[in-house]
Design a protein around this ligand. Sequence first.
Ligand code: URA
Ligand code: CA
Length: 434
Amino acid sequence: MNIYDIIEKKKHGQELTKEEINYFVDGYTKGEIPDYQISALLMAICLKNLNLDETVNLANAMLNSGDLVDLSKIKGIKVDKHSTGGVGDTTSLVLGPLVASAGLVFAKMSGRGLGHTGGTLDKLESIPGMRIDLQMDEFINNSNKIGISIIGQTADITPADKKLYALRDSTATVDNISLIASSIMSKKLAVGADALVLDVKVGSGAFMKDVESATKLSEIMVSLGKKFNHKTKALITSMDEPLGFAVGNSLEVIEAINTLKGQGPQDLRQLCLALGSKLLLMSNFADNEDEAKEILETNIRNGKAFEKFKEFVKAQGGDISYIDDTSKFKLSKYKVEIVSKDEGYVKKIDALLIGEIARDLGAGRITKESKIDLGAGIILNKKIDDFVKKGELLATFYTDKEKDINLQVENIYKAYEIGEKNKETHKLIYKEID
Ligand code: URA
Ligand code: CA
């Protein structure tokens, strides 16, 4: 077997065998096959696609390229969640404590933000003292003791995906559904929770721009989960505007806390209840959707979900006085309020642009090495379908970058489209794939 023949075969649209897929993944991970050959192969895959068997074999090869996390020492039903990436997506910080308060175990490995999307680890680090680099023993102990732990993914998990993803990123070969599905699912399967819910985002701020391609991606990921014997469901949800009001690290932690107390934005709450219900149903903790939602809503009302968040923060070294009094979070130096120049309904908010503005205000990274300003970000005072008067507050941002303020105010105006009332009200959850 050799890599040249494998490239040639895919160039002609032929199916690759399991052995051929293992051969190139293994050879590339070990550095025995050079970037230029794998680049050519990735491009051939983008043009000719992989079928489901090939996608399963690719996920399997990547999954087995490094360490597997053994969750068997954790008692109870372990659940996991993945979002394909959005703007202001604070879901994990709410969903984790919420389902843990209902008795599930949320033992999760999360990522950092890159580009216009945020990451759970960065958000958690805005809580002073919070450690996200726990050793495996501590991760397991905390999961057993309080039902929730969130840590960073170690370098030894799916090294093949890390290398391939970096190469895809620089060769315009990211946006193939089989490559995305196998990349995401290899990481999820290496941890291997009992039940997994996927939040597949669609819209201006997401990878998938339409429901049709999001459906295809979801179907492949759900099939992959099932092939490897993990209960998996997907929700296709809107990223046509940022989720909630807050975009930025400290701001989103505050928003998560408010939501856990029942005082957060409606869309974030609705999404967390929907994802959480799926996890309860897959775990047989509820018989139907209504019952599942009721369990979760009760735990918001009676304070159990919020208490669980505090236990989680405390267990990972975070200062819980910030959780009790969110005014302690230090935001960036300049607070800028942007008022509407027009009167009307908010028709659209460009989620991608809002994500880029937040990044440039300091909340995100331009490169992997950039340092982020945890206190920077945006509050959307108005969201899609809201009515706004001339002179009324549209958005507020926080930054330390004084010289960029005028430019970013202009960008906020560009992100909002104000006019006639939309004919159809904005939809948050499009459909469910299982
Ligand atoms: N996220 C991933 O982890 N992999 C992809 O290929 C795309 C998004
Ligand atoms: Ca948010």
